[in-house]
Ligand binder design. Structure first.
Ligand code: ADP
Ligand code: MG
Length: 210
């Protein structure tokens, strides 16, 4: 049976599972960034997620929000580059918005993704359609708002589908932000690396809650 809600420790363990999944996916993310960027996204995310594991393993947190904020801070301080700030902001903004909630439920999923994507757009200036991780994150946040009443397992399942569809849709987009911008029309055909990371992260959250 899937989870109705996640406790603080389950939320921490979910993010440890996310970290392992991203580390395992390093070659996929490297290939994606090699096609459109400078090829460092996989290694950067791997470094960030190793820092996340160090920050979270065997730690107790006072709220689910603090778990996510811990993820964001570990990524920001270890990764550098555009994506350290961008992914760090996703988890810090999303986590902060959860206040002192002690469970992660469908409504929490909606709050996390809504505030997370708003923080990312404010920080990086990308809008939907610019072929960045926002193109996986924004549809995920919209879907999360629609399924906020569902158990966390079902909410994350719907949100993971939306993130995956957003990542796929990024293939047809022309990059207007970041390093891929210089490719212009030639940036078409491949998915954005950061959007691939978002899809993998949300899928791992879904798999943990299932
Ligand atoms: P860098 O661009 O410094 O090499 P990475 O390769 O780790 O960093 O990450 C690249 C990813 O970061 C892109 O695929 C894109 O999804 C995301 N990204 C870059 N700039 C922005 C931005 N301004 N807003 C949102 N996402 C961005
Ligand atoms: Mg790069």
């Amino acid at each position: 049976m899937g989870k109705e809600t996640l406790s603080i420790n389950e939320t921490r363990d979910m993010m440890l599972a996310v970290a392992d999944k991203i580390i395992e996916s390093e070659p996929i993310l490297t290939d994606a960034d090699r096609a459109l960027g400078d090829g460092d996204h996989g290694v950067g995310m791997e470094r960030g997620m190793n820092a996340v594991k160090e920050a979270l393993a065997n730690q107790e947190f006072p709220s689910v929000g603090k778990v996510f904020m811990g993820v964001g801070m570990a990524m920001m301080s270890s990764m550098g580059g555009a994506s350290g700030a961008i992914f760090g902001t996703l988890f810090r903004s999303g986590g902060k918005a959860l206040g002192d909630a002690e469970t992660f439920d469908g409504a929490g999923v909606a709050t996390f993704f809504k505030e997370g994507v708003e923080g990312v757009m404010k920080r990086g200036g990308a809008k939907p359609g610019d072929k960045t991780m926002v193109d996986a994150l924004a549809p995920a946040a919209d879907k999360a708002g629609e399924v906020a009443d569902l158990p966390v397992c079902e909410a994350l399942s719907a949100v993971a589908d939306a993130a995956e569809a957003g990542k796929e849709a990024s293939k047809d987009m022309i990059a207007t932000m970041g390093r891929a911008k210089t490719l212009g029309e030639n940036s078409r055909g491949k998915a954005d690396a950061g959007a691939c990371s978002v899809a993998i992260i949300v899928a791992a959250m879904r798999d943990f809650a299932a």
